[in-house]
Design a protein around this ligand. Structure first.
Ligand SMILES: C[S@@+](CC[C@H](N)C(=O)[O-])C[C@H]1O[C@@H](n2cnc3c(N)ncnc32)[C@H](O)[C@@H]1O
Length: 288
């Protein structure tokens, strides 16, 4: 006979590392999430020297002014609204960083402050664990960063388990996608730089944050945004997740994993296939 299932509940899988506890609930069986090290900051490889950018000299919070070096890097406008919502998706966003003179309350510091909504890991019926919000999240407000170990392409290829690997797809120069927008971001005007010849990935298999549990959907409610704040290397931006629509309490969070169908291979070079179980009416049928 099957074991009675009372479910499991963990008060805070981050063990205090996030400002807000991240609970985990399983109402389907007695299984708890598999063990991993919870970290709240990206782990960079020692071989990459990542120095903080010079920063702005603003005395108070930054504003849309040519005097602010960070605003200029963003094409002359702070990309966030006064209450912290991202105005629109951009190829790249420069937040104020550790060398900037502006205060922590500056409007151009959003993702670096971490999670501000109550997010919960929960057991789904068909896709393993997933993440939902216990709060209403308005469009554009910061949800969380995809955190793990930052790997270069070579190291990423050697990982046997790629389930928690986020490939930092460098879409800055995809003109059809960004149309005229990239012209407003000065650092993108000259095309790919040397540092973008290397491709990077974030692996959250052994260590990561709650974002490792967010599933794929063919009609996602989140999108990923490249953000630079503590260093200037465009090849390895932070991957920040923002909602593309208002998110209701208990609605599962999902972004588009953006895999190319028949573009995922096993270690022997064979094409790997996985059915998509997102349940959307517009589901393509395949995750990869
Ligand atoms: C980053 S993990 C997401 C969390 C995962 N569900 C878990 O239980 O840890 C990615 C894996 O979740 C599963 N997954 C995510 N979205 C899916 C989808 N739409 N359809 C099928 N499986 C999905 C796949 O096994 C995928 O390799």
């Amino acid at each position: 006979m099957a074991e009675p299932s009372n479910g499991t509940f963990t008060v805070d899988i981050s063990a205090g590392l996030e400002k807000i506890p991240i609970s985990a609930i399983n109402s389907i069986s007695n299984e708890a999430p598999a063990t991993f090290f919870y970290i709240s900051h990206i782990q960079y490889l020692g071989k990459y020297q990542l120095d903080p950018p010079p920063g702005c000299d603003c005395v108070g919070p930054c504003s849309d002014s040519q005097k602010c070096a960070c605003v200029m890097k963003n094409g002359g406008k702070i990309p966030f609204r006064k209450i912290g919502g991202l105005i629109e998706e951009k190829p790249l966003i420069y937040e104020c960083g550790p060398s900037c003179k502006c205060p922590p309350t500056c409007r151009n510091r959003v993702g670096q402050h971490g999670i501000s909504f109550r997010l919960q890991v929960f057991k789904t019926t068909s896709m393993g664990w997933g993440v939902r919000s216990l709060d209403f999240i308005p469009t554009g407000r910061f949800v969380c960063e995809y955190i793990g170990e930052l790997l270069d392409n070579e190291d990423a290829q050697e990982r046997d388990n790629d389930e928690y690997l986020f490939l930092i797809g460098n879409n800055y120069y995809d003109v059809s996608r960004w149309d005229n927008l990239q012209k407003t971001i000065p650092s993108l005007r000259n095309g790919p730089g040397e540092e973008e010849e290397n491709f990077f990935a974030v692996d959250a298999l052994k260590c990561g944050n709650l974002a490792r549990f967010i599933n794929h959907s063919c009609t996602p409610n989140l999108f990923t945004q490249n953000v630079l704040c503590d260093h200037d290397n465009k090849g390895m931006p932070h991957i920040m997740l923002f909602p593309c629509e208002d998110i209701q309490p208990l609605e599962p969070l999902a972004y588009d994993y953006n895999y190319t169908i028949d573009g995922v291979h096993d270690s022997e070079g064979n094409i790997k296939k996985k059915r998509c179980l997102c349940g959307s009416v517009e589901c393509s049928g395949w995750l990869y």
